[in-house]
Design a protein around this ligand. Structure first.
Ligand SMILES: C[S@@+](CC[C@H](N)C(=O)[O-])C[C@H]1O[C@@H](n2cnc3c(N)ncnc32)[C@H](O)[C@@H]1O
Length: 268
């Protein structure tokens, strides 16, 4: 695989997403908080709708709506991810080309906004407006699931390579670049680049201008938007290697790690 032959969405899905683990967390947390099964999941900022596809694969009753404002990425999702579903699964998923601030859908049991997509809102009022829209899009006992990242390396200008493999075992390097950070407004420019064994590169395959929101801000704004309970699910530590163990539990104290990712669970 070289930069000329690779597909940036396939690389992104292999390097960035773990939709099985994400839906495992959502199913487990939902079952701990609610006494009934969740049926309709809405994936906001869905991109290729990879996570929504995983949801409809889980159970014959599961339905999903994916929302994204980019027609190109939705079309890619249709051609590659939805096309892999069987007929009954494909019938239970709908992709909507819309801005999440103006989308009108059936009320969902669960709304997801993953991979920090809501960091794209740079102003507090806009983020609150998005959280209000999500709350309005949920049933009375619905739950919004977000992820968040931070740590003392998060506002640093840095480049971080990581070795990856695609589904067919082809190797490539995923490179996360934090290109700029402005401490005055907490906004930053980030890029994803890919490099291949022949040294060819796909530079700026994805770029984001976003605000590095802090967990206190996110929790406060969720409450301001009308959610009744907001919990941070922090990752536990594997005693053997001192690394994250992939188990996230509601927590009020976290570790001052250089880089962390956690979930935020907001109940209507
Ligand atoms: C960081 S990607 C996230 C993709 C995927 N959700 C994931 O977990 O990896 C952000 C996506 O949000 C979409 N997007 C940005 N602003 C949006 C908006 N206001 N409404 C809907 N989609 C938006 C972009 O087109 C892009 O596909």
């Amino acid at each position: 695989m070289t930069a000329a032959t690779a597909d940036r969405h396939l690389l992104y899905q292999s390097a960035v997403q773990d939709v099985e683990a994400e839906i495992d967390f959502i199913e487990q947390t939902w079952s701990e908080l609610r006494q009934r099964p969740a049926v309709l999941l809405r994936e906001d900022f869905c991109g290729t709708a990879n996570t929504a596809c995983e949801w409809v694969r889980r159970h014959p009753d599961c339905q999903a709506i994916g929302i994204d404002s980019d027609a190109g990425v939705l079309e890619w999702g249709r051609q590659y991810n939805l096309a892999e579903l069987d007929e009954s699964q494909a019938k239970r998923i709908e992709l909507l080309l819309a801005d999440v601030l103006h989308a009108s859908t059936d009320l969902a049991d669960i709304i997801l906004a993953m991979n920090f997509s809501y960091y794209l809102f740079l102003e507090r009022d806009d983020l609150r407006r998005y959280f209000e829209c999500a709350r309005d899009g949920l049933v009375d006992d619905g739950i919004l699931f977000l992820d968040a990242y931070g740590g003392y390396e998060a506002p640093m200008v840095l480049t971080e390579p990581r070795e990856c493999e695609d589904e067919d075992g082809n190797e490539f390097t995923y490179i996360w670049e934090q290109a700029s950070f402005n401490p005055i407004d907490s906004c930053m420019d980030c890029h994803i680049h890919f490099e291949f064994p022949d040294k060819s590169r796909m530079d700026k395959a994805f770029s984001y201008n976003w605000r590095l929101w802090t967990l206190p801000e996110i929790q406060e704004i969720l409450f301001e938007a009308g959610f009744s309970q907001v919990d941070v699910y922090w990752e536990g530590t594997d005693e053997k290697n001192n690394e994250g163990n992939g188990i996230y539990t509601p927590s009020t104290v976290g570790d001052a790690d250089p880089g962390w990712v956690c979930y935020v669970v907001a109940q209507v």
